[in-house]
Design a protein around this ligand. Structure first.
Ligand code: PLP
Length: 407
């Protein structure tokens, strides 16, 4: 596919250079808008009191945006710390030279993982007394201390000790050597829903746990409860820090939260037209002939498919932007390619760019649109853009930072 001349320039040494960015834009890619990300960090910080810190949630490769770059930009824009889900995600950030505090939101249950956490100076979540004892035992052998974050279950029924046992759990960890309590937190199950009943109950339970701790502590550890939705909804939920994921990436957790901040989508997904042909009436398109033309159609093949994160269930339902117009996708979306009906577009050329998610002129297609069509959430759509799509860092919507191509 690459010409010999271009291929010879793509050595590991110049992986990130301009020539590669040219090559990468041959098929399909993701554009990450650094200006939009910086804007979102500042917009969210604008909602917080000066005492409240912002933890940027960059798990799942920063919701498909690229964890290292997103972490670097978010920290530079004013985020105070990072959160990831797995040990591997934390190591990736440390190996990239990121020194900010990193909280692991997932559960850690083996001595090997604990040793690695200590080595990489990551900060684990402790969910129950057994786990705290295992951490203590391993860290005693290693003679290393760790900041640890205690998680309470106030109603999510996922990780954490029941909120009414907060004092017992806290006191146990407090007595264990090598464990320094860095925060106490909980996670909300329904913060993005217009009905706030469950959220208020969880908030109240968190307050009850805090009241329990106040009876035996002079100073409370830092407290946190809010995800993006709770951060947008109510400053009472902010406590000492907020853990924000989706809003950083410029999407709203729910339509009713749109008025709370002016967020800008960070990611765009683009691909190129790779072949154009005319098919006669009655021609089946793609696997299973889910689409059969009822007239002669000009068809364009585009180099992106479900292995890149375009859900196959969008087959025959997807629209894309091409020359600022909405164009219909036809037939089953395949692993690496999909087809469009481009009959309405005059003189289309191979190599023209199709926007699957993003803006062209006044029109825009968002991850929310896909999520709505599929009956899922935008978080899942974003996380679907995995490593096969190279990411190109843009200074702003239109300006490529030529030297910055990353995977
Ligand atoms: C424990 C925890 N905190 C915060 C977040 C961030 O949530 P959001 O993306 O809604 O801001 C998540 C994401 O799932 C999470 O699991």
């Amino acid at each position: 596919m690459l010409s010999q001349e271009l291929a010879s320039r793509v050595s590991p040494k110049n992986r990130y250079n301009y020539h590669l960015s040219e090559i990468i834009r041959q098929r399909a890619w993701v554009e990450i808008n650094a200006e939009a990300l910086t804007h979102n960090v500042k917009e969210i910080k604008g909602l917080l009191s000066p005492q409240t810190a912002l933890m940027a949630v960059v798990k799942a490769d920063a919701y498909g945006h690229g964890a290292i770059k997103v972490a670097q930009i978010a920290l530079q824009a004013g985020a105070n710390s990072l959160a990831i889900a797995t040990l591997g995600e934390g190591i990736e950030l440390r190996e990239a030279g990121i020194t900010a505090p990193i909280l692991i939101l997932g559960a850690i249950n083996t001595p090997e993982e604990i040793a690695a956490i200590a080595h990489w100076q990551l900060q684990p979540t402790l969910c129950n007394p057994q786990q705290a004892l295992l951490f203590c035992e391993t860290l005693t052998q290693l003679e290393k201390s760790l900041p640890v974050h205690l998680q309470l279950d106030t109603g999510m029924s996922r990780l954490g000790t029941p909120w009414h046992q907060a004092q017992e759990f806290f006191r146990l960890v407090q007595q264990l050597p090598y464990l320094n309590i860095a925060s106490l937190y909980s996670h909300l199950a329904t913060a993005d829903e217009p009905d706030t009943t469950v959220m208020e109950q969880q908030h109240q339970r968190f307050e009850e746990a805090i009241a329990q701790l106040k009876t035996c502590l002079r100073t409370l550890p830092p407290l946190h409860l809010a995800n993006s939705a709770a951060t947008l909804i109510n400053p009472k939920l902010h406590y000492d820090l907020v853990r924000v994921g989706l809003a950083l990436y410029g999407l709203y957790p729910a339509p009713h939260l749109r008025s709370k901040a002016r967020l800008k989508p960070v990611l765009q997904v683009k691909a190129k037209v790779t072949q154009i042909k005319t098919i006669p009436s009655g021609t089946g398109v793609s696997y299973g002939y889910q689409f059969v033309s009822d007239r002669s159609i000009k068809l364009a093949v585009v180099g992106i498919g479900y292995a890149d994160g375009v859900p196959r269930n969008l087959s025959n339902r997807l629209e894309v932007l091409l020359r600022g117009q909405r164009v219909r996708q036809i037939g089953a979306i395949t692993m690496d390619q999909l087809m469009l009906d481009v009959s309405a577009i005059e003189d289309l050329q191979v190599g023209e760019i199709v926007t699957l998610i993003g803006k062209e002129g006044k029109d825009e297609i968002t991850a929310d649109d896909w999520a709505k069509e599929l009956g899922t959430i935008s978080w899942e759509i974003l996380c679907g853009f995995k490593h096969r799509l190279p990411r190109i860092l843009m200074k702003s919507e239109a300006q490529i930072i030529k030297s910055e191509v990353f995977f």
